[in-house]
Design a protein around this ligand. Structure first.
Ligand code: ADP
Ligand code: ADP
Length: 234
C-alpha cells in the first residue's frame, strides 16, 4: 500500500469522498485544507476566501457580506448555499473537493447532504479540529495572508522568510479585517452557538473524526492523512 507523509502526494489516487474541516476560527482549517487539497489535486473551497473575494471586488454579495463579517457574525445561509451550489457544479469539482469553513450551521449541513446526493457524491468525512482554546488568540491575531496567492502565515508561529512578503510569490502579506483582537470574541461566540452543534450532528451520522489541532502543522497534517487513508479502507 502506498503511504504518504504529511507533505506526500497521491498523484493517481482520488479523494474518495468530500472532506469538511470543522473547527473554531484559528484552529488551522485553512492551513490543513489547502495542504490536503494539494495532496489530492482537488479544489480547496473556502467560503471565507470566496466571501473576501466578493468583498474586495465590491460585488453586491460582497457589499451585503462585508458588515456582517466585520462584526464577526455569520453571513446568511441563503448567500452561502447559492455560492456553494454554483461552485461545485464547475468541472474542477468532478473528482471531489475539500471544504474549509463550510458548513457552519445545521441548515447548511442538511443542504449540503442533499446537494452531494444530487451530484452523485458520497457523504463527507469531517475533520473536527479540536484545539486548546488558549492557543486561538495568538493564532488569529498573528495570522497574515498573501494578497496574491492566499498563502497563510503567522508572525509568531509560521513567519515568512522575508518579513511582510510571501515565500512563494513575494506577494504582500496582510491582516484580515476581522482578525483584530476585539472581533475574536464575537467570532468565537458565533462558532459556539451556531457551528459547534455540527460536531454532534456529524458524530451521530458516524462521519466525524476528532483531530488534535493543538499539535504542530506537520503533526496535524500527518494525523489527517492517516484519517483519510483509514476511511478509504472498505
Ligand atoms: P482557520 O482556517 O481555522 O481559521 P488557519 O489555517 O488560517 O486557521 O490558521 C490560523 C493561524 O494559525 C495562521 O496564522 C496559521 O499560520 C497558524 N497555524 C495553523 N496551524 C497551526 C499549527 N498547527 N501550529 C501553529 N500555528 C498554526
Ligand atoms: P476562519 O478561518 O477564521 O474560521 P473564515 O475565513 O472561514 O474564518 O470566515 C470568515 C468569515 O466569513 C466568518 O466569520 C463569517 O462571517 C463568514 N463565513 C465564512 N464561511 C461562512 C459560512 N459557511 N456561513 C456563514 N458565514 C461564513
Amino acid at each position: 500500500m502506498e503511504t504518504a507523509g504529511a507533505a506526500g502526494t497521491h498523484p493517481l489516487e482520488r479523494l474518495h469522498r468530500p472532506v469538511i474541516f470543522l473547527g473554531p476560527p484559528g484552529a488551522g482549517k485553512g492551513t490543513q485544507a489547502k495542504e490536503l487539497a494539494r495532496c489530492f489535486g482537488v479544489p480547496h473551497l473556502s467560503t471565507g476566501d470566496m466571501l473576501r473575494e466578493h468583498v474586495s471586488k465590491g460585488t453586491p454579495l460582497g457589499l451585503e457580506a462585508e458588515p456582517v463579517m466585520k462584526r464577526g457574525d455569520l453571513v446568511p445561509d441563503s448567500i452561502i448555499l447559492k455560492m456553494i451550489a454554483d461552485r461545485i457544479e464547475r468541472a474542477d469539482c468532478s473528482h471531489g473537493f475539500v471544504f474549509d469553513g463550510f458548513p457552519r450551521t445545521v441548515a447548511q449541513a442538511q443542504y449540503l447532504g442533499e446537494l452531494l446526493k444530487q451530484h452523485g457524491f458520497k457523504q463527507p468525512l469531517v475533520m473536527h479540529m479540536v484545539i486548546d482554546p488558549g492557543l486561538l488568540l495568538r493564532r488569529i491575531t498573528g495570522r497574515r495572508m498573501c494578497k496574491v496567492g492566499g498563502e497563510i502565515y503567522n508572525i509568531y508561529e509560521r513567519p515568512p522568510k522575508v518579513a511582510g512578503h510571501c515565500d512563494n510569490d513575494g506577494g504582500e502579506l496582510e491582516q484580515r479585517a476581522d482578525d483584530r483582537e476585539e472581533i475574536v470574541g464575537p467570532r468565537l461566540a458565533a462558532y459556539e452557538k451556531q457551528t459547534a452543534p455540527l460536531a454532534a450532528y456529524y458524530r451521530r451520522l458516524g462521519r466525524l473524526r476528532d483531530i488534535d489541532a493543538s499539535k504542530s502543522v506537520d503533526e496535524v497534517a500527518k494525523l489527517i492523512v492517516e484519517v483519510v487513508s483509514a476511511a478509504r479502507q472498505p
